[in-house]
Ligand binder design. Sequence first.
Ligand SMILES: NC(=O)c1ccc[n+]([C@@H]2O[C@H](COP(=O)([O-])OP(=O)(O)OC[C@H]3O[C@@H](n4cnc5c(N)ncnc54)[C@H](OP(=O)(O)O)[C@@H]3O)[C@@H](O)[C@H]2O)c1
Length: 227
Amino acid sequence: MIIITGINGGIGNYLFNTYFKNGEEIIGTYHLSKPEGEQYKNCVQLDITDNAQVEAFSKNISSPSEKITLINCAGISYNSFAHKSNVEEWVNVINVNLNGTFYLIRGILPTMREQTFGRIINLSSIVAQTGVLGTSAYAASKAGLNGMIKSIALENAQKGITINNINLGYFKVGMINTVPLEMQEKIKSKIAINEFGNPENIFNTIQYIRETPYLTGTCIDLNGGMV
Ligand SMILES: NC(=O)c1ccc[n+]([C@@H]2O[C@H](COP(=O)([O-])OP(=O)(O)OC[C@H]3O[C@@H](n4cnc5c(N)ncnc54)[C@H](OP(=O)(O)O)[C@@H]3O)[C@@H](O)[C@H]2O)c1
């Protein structure tokens, strides 16, 4: 079974529909509004920053749903120079991207440990490793994920559970649409392949992680050769 958060978002929606078309057993979670379409009928509303909601959701995910892959797609960004930033917005980014992702992992791990199998995949960002103006909150939240998985990998390696991040560059769907066009061109000029990524690359990387039990506690850079 595959669990995907943030199915209203560009990447989450692409992954949900790809797995749905492939006939996989899949549960998607949405935040504010349920997407329209028959394929979404079993999707669940979930605010990942609310640990009580996440615990209730996680308790419903139990056997016979085996071989769980959790794909953490939900995320937000906030753009501001640090000295002008709004503290509530800053904290909110940490709450969604780091704390919310952790709540989900914490909630699903007991079932994975019982089943001695699990794949946890978080969508992190190149911004966690490179300086980008105005992204201190986003970068901190994603860098937090990169540290967090090392410990969780160790704790669960003997239970058949792997946890990895994909450090994404810039992709054609989702958050990129909030970036002004002029800035998009500047970003593209730093990508060796010279274009934003197709989400199919994310799907293929997730499949590689799912099928590679020896890969854990690590980050895969998927960025078209960005410098
Ligand atoms: N697209 C890229 O190029 C890129 C690059 C690097 C990393 N990433 C990462 O990839 C992931 C997906 O990105 P995307 O581009 O698809 O973003 P997106 O289109 O902005 O979608 C983000 C999703 O997160 C959901 N979300 C926000 N707050 C939430 C909450 N409190 N509880 C549950 N869900 C919540 C949103 O739902 P609502 O709209 O209903 O709030 C939305 O469905 C993110 O983690 C992002 O940081 C993306």
